[in-house]
Design a binder for this molecule. Sequence first.
Ligand code: UDP
Length: 313
Amino acid sequence: MKRILITGAAGFLGSHLSDRFIKEGYEVIGMDNLITGDMDNIAHLLPLEHFSFHHHDVSNYVHIAGDLDYILHFASPASPIDYLKMPIQTLKVGSLGTHNLLGLAKAKGARILIASTSEVYGDPLVNPQPEEYWGNVNPIGPRGVYDEAKRFQEAMTMAYHTYHSVEIRIARIFNTYGPRMRVNDGRALPTFFSQAIESKDITVYGDGSQTRAFCYVDDLVEGIYRLLHSDYSLPVNIGNPDEITILQAAQEVIEIVEGTTSKIIQQELPKDDPKVRRPDITKAQNILDWFPTVDRHDGFRRTYEYFKTKFGG
Ligand code: UDP
């Protein structure tokens, strides 16, 4: 039986990945410091023989007894409001946390996949973004703590590959959504669903003309699973190229939520908010034979069903 360590296991992506690897017959060791994760996301896994949970902050030395085949490093605050509230932790988990996990991978001879991000492209000057694009990041802006930690993470991971022959995989993850996002996560879709369910104003920042391309979580998990098992060491974009404006996303949420009387209001656009974002997924298609299959309307509906349960529906 293969053993895999998943950091950020109680979070949105980490918990879905834990489910997938359990289903595939792996022994899963979940790790989380629970600053943004939620034990509810993995409560169903705790009784299982092949799942264990360690409450630990990976920015401190990480000890795992026994063999380890794989590491998925998914621990990090991931919402702009979280990294504004926790800038130092965000910097530390992407840098010190990554260093600890690369050291662990080296010691155990494990393959490590790190969760990088479309934020390495910053406010991009090319659209869509291919992996070859170096990005347009403001290091000292509010997003710098996340963006630069993730860029450092990629550099450190590549260095361990080059100098220590550690087997690495780098996923550049674009906006992903679905069940288990937090109601107060602050990102666009969970915020819009929560607001619409409670018939509160829908807060669109700026004029809503900025774009994002939203990937349903099941597609993301499939992409990560394939990337881990591939033999490709350079970064791969994982996301859905279905690009829409934020205003359109808000309107579609209102259409889906039954009985809502929410209206869209405009609020100030946060500093350095990327104007466009869309993955070029040619590499993922060619190397992993992967393409997202969940269409936006279906994904939005499934997400709505989840958020309804969070409001007693
Ligand atoms: N956004 C918004 N209203 C909200 C939350 C976010 O209009 O209540 C906008 C935000 O300014 C950005 C886009 O939606 O342009 C996506 O934001 P999110 O926080 O989901 O993540 P990002 O893609 O910026 O990292």
